[in-house]
Design a protein around this ligand. Structure first.
Ligand code: 5CA
Ligand code: ZN
Length: 408
């Protein structure tokens, strides 16, 4: 599937520091990429409703990683999926009296427009679950060969205990896993399962549901196997970072990793698992099911400056659980105005330091609040008339543009 048009990414002078990221599995801050190519899989949307600012915050955070990696000399290989086959999407399509594929196409288009508006650099591969059926069924075949698959009334399940490392990403106890599994699309209480946590790989065809032919009969894939198959196909086992919001730690990323460990026999699935905090609104996690949403498209269709949205999202660290406050857009707009005034001045204090400092802050687990303080400080000095470096305003403008995706 096509992603969206790439905005220009202009290389900066010199090169940035190696990026370190907090890895959920080890709890450590680690070098995020090892070779010249940095590989990234970010879990994509389930396209049944418009992109809200929680999604936007997560994709913008990984966009900063993409930009920071490129700036430090890596080639980035970025893959993102679209979960266009899943229960909530099928239910919404049914409610709307719409074909599921039409709803998915409509909402994916909206997402593309939102991402392009926010200047998020597109993934190299943007893959819908419905376009990955062959890879998914092949992978289920590999799991069957490892005796990690069993049948419950024609549906296929993955035995999580077949992976000795199951649990090593989330480190949750059994009761916590069970509760989250039930909350996030799992079926711990289904009769006939060997372990309540075993997850669905292939659901046999039911009347009124989409189905694809497969060696296991007609049906549709479960959720986790979709990302496992797409990541293994396009990045291979042991790629650098699997990312998403922290609501994906369990079960989604735990299940993906275990399926891959068993199928390939070559753990780890990803070197690091990186998670953004949840964005709340009106005191609760912004979520399609709760309906407490601020849509990116509403801002896009109004007169909101996308750079102000990015700046507002950067005000707190990507891993923190944050509350979206409507007035934060006004504050970000004012901050943006000052930055713009400063880069229009004929001269300012040396900006080589600003570039080095912004690079250093972002290389430290994408510390955007600290990076903003660096630019704020230069801005205040410049607006106060300090410095006589005529190249500084241009360099600050380029730094902010390339590393933060903010146009001044
Ligand atoms: N299709 C799956 C992933 S394979 C999915 O979780 N889709 S989603 O549309 O529900 O979410 C898309 C991305 O946004 C995921 O990375 C999810 O973790 C993240 N996300 C969802 N809600 C929020 C929120 N309130 N704040 C921050 N990120 C969020
Ligand atoms: Zn995923």
């Amino acid at each position: 599937m096509d992603a969206w048009a790439a905005d220009d990414y202009r290389p900066l002078p010199g090169s940035g520091d190696p990026v370190r990221l907090h890895d959920t599995a080890s709890g450590l801050s680690r070098a995020a990429a090892r070779g010249p190519t940095a590989s990234l899989y970010v879990c994509g949307i389930t396209p049944y409703d418009a992109t809200h600012l929680g999604h936007a915050a997560t994709y913008v955070a990984f966009d900063v990683l993409n930009r920071t990696w490129r700036d430090s000399g890596h080639q980035v290989r970025y893959v993102q999926n679209v979960t266009d086959i899943d229960d909530p999407l099928l239910e919404r399509a049914e409610q709307n009296g719409q074909h599921w594929a039409e709803l998915a196409a409509e909402q994916t288009d909206l997402f593309r427009a939102d991402m392009a508006w926010l200047r998020v650099l597109p993934p190299d591969r943007f893959i819908a679950a419905s376009d990955a059926i062959a890879q998914i069924t092949d992978l289920i075949g590999q799991l069957k060969d490892s005796s990690a698959v069993y049948d419950v009334d024609g549906d296929l399940y993955f035995s999580v205990r077949s992976d000795p490392a199951f649990g090593s990403i989330s480190h949750l106890d059994d009761a916590a896993m069970r509760a989250l599994f039930a909350e996030r699309g799992g079926d711990p209480d289904r009769a006939g399962k060997q372990d309540p946590l075993d997850c669905l790989l292939w659901r046999r065809e039911r009347p009124g549901e989409p189905a694809w032919p497969s060696p296991y009969g007609a049906g549709r894939p479960g959720w986790h196997i979709e990302c496992t198959a797409i990541a293994l196909e396009h990045l291979g086992a042991g790629f650098d970072v699997q990312g998403g919001g922290n609501d994906l730690i369990f079960p989604h990323h735990e299940m993906c990793a275990s399926e891959a460990h068993v199928a390939t026999g070559r753990p780890p699935f990803a070197q690091s698992y990186v998670h953004a905090g949840m964005m709340a609104y009106d005191g609760e996690k912004m979520s399609k099911s709760l309906g407490n949403l601020v849509f990116a498209a509403t801002l896009r269709r109004g007169d909101t400056d996308p750079s102000a949205v990015r700046l507002a999202l950067y005000a707190e660290h990507y891993r923190s659980c944050r509350e979206w406050i409507d007035s934060s857009l006004d504050a970000a707009g004012q901050q943006l105005d000052r930055w713009r005034q400063a880069v229009r001045r004929p001269a300012g204090p040396d900006a080589i330091r600003v570039l080095a400092d912004v690079r250093g802050r972002l290389a430290d687990d994408l510390d955007t609040p600290a990076a903003l303080r660096v630019v704020d400080q230069w801005t205040e000095q410049t607006l106060a008339g300090a410095g006589d470096d005529a190249s500084a305003p241009g360099l600050v403008r380029d730094t902010v543009d390339t590393l933060l995706g903010i146009r001044l």
